[in-house]
Design a protein around this ligand. Structure first.
Ligand code: CAA
Length: 240
């Protein structure tokens, strides 16, 4: 039987490429989305991957959604906590709302996604937790105090889960994408985006598929001794 993979924010951007790559690798995939019904329907139409709508910032919604996925597809073996948002503003202009929205989605959202799945993974003695962090969680970023804090926090989650899950056959790893050609990066003002691309030694934005291939590698049965790690995929823009 196929292993089951759940990808949050899995119908657009990096998440869509991850969902597709996992499907291509033989997983039964469920992709979640928060609000864009049209994009989700188009994604399902194109890929045959079923989508589920819930807000990762809400624990009860996440737990109920995950229960539905498991009833449809079976126990989740691989979870990719990918859903994330930006609310960029220089710190002196950042509002408490912008802070909380990003923390609730990018950080608490990872807790809400993994926590309901954890007991089952422990029981079955197998699990792959993969969190999509960011280069900006490693280096910080102008106008992203909120986002960088959550993405750095995601690395703390992974390193702690790795220690707790290791003896139960569960691995937890993070991927830190650099700047990838998605809607999120395209929303950065063109002048600022050009100056960022100029700082990438590869001379280009990354492609969502380049992140998806890292996920497939970490999800595989063969990568069981890779645990608590961070894979940077950023075109040599930043080294830890
Ligand atoms: N470094 C240094 N200075 C920067 C800067 C940067 N990266 N970005 C903006 N600035 C400067 C501007 O040049 C401007 O300077 P001047 O006033 O001297 O002209 C000033 O900061 C901006 O001041 P404003 O009051 O005009 O700022 P604003 O309230 O209009 O906000 C902004 C503009 C939201 C900061 C906008 O510039 C922006 O979106 N910047 C990009 C932030 C960014 O890189 N986000 C990453 C998104 S992609 C992502 O997050 C995915 C991932 O994981 C990699």
């Amino acid at each position: 039987m196929s292993r089951v993979a759940l990808v949050t924010g899995g119908s657009r951007g990096i998440g869509a490429a991850i969902s597709q790559a996992l499907k291509d690798a033989g997983y039964a995939v469920a992709a979640t989305y928060a609000g864009n019904d049209e994009a989700a329907a188009a994604f399902t139409e194109k890929t045959g991957i079923k989508t589920y709508k819930w807000n990762v910032a809400d624990y009860a919604e996440s737990a109920a959604g995950i229960a539905q996925v498991e009833s449809d597809l079976g126990p989740v073996d691989v979870v990719v906590a990918n859903a994330g948002i930006t609310r960029d503003a220089p710190f002196h202009k950042m509002t408490p709302e912008q802070w909380h929205e990003v923390v609730d989605t990018n950080l608490t959202g990872v807790f809400n996604t993994v926590h309901p799945l954890w007991p089952g993974m422990r029981e079955r003695k197998f699990g792959r937790v993969i969190v999509i962090s960011s280069i900006n969680g490693q280096k910080g970023q102008f106008a992203q105090v909120n986002y960088a804090a959550t993405k750095a926090g995601d690395l703390g989650i992974v390193k702690s889960l790795a220690q707790e899950g290791a003896r139960a056959g569960i691995t937890a790893n993070a991927i830190c994408p650099g700047y990838i050609g998605t809607d999120m990066v395209m929303a950065v003002p063109e002048k600022v985006r050009d100056s960022i691309i100029a700082q990438i030694p590869a001379g280009r934005l990354g492609e969502p598929e380049e992140i998806a291939r890292c996920v497939v590698f970490l999800a595989s049965d063969d990568s069981g001794f890779i645990n608590g790690s961070t894979i940077s995929a950023n075109g040599a823009q930043f080294f830890v």
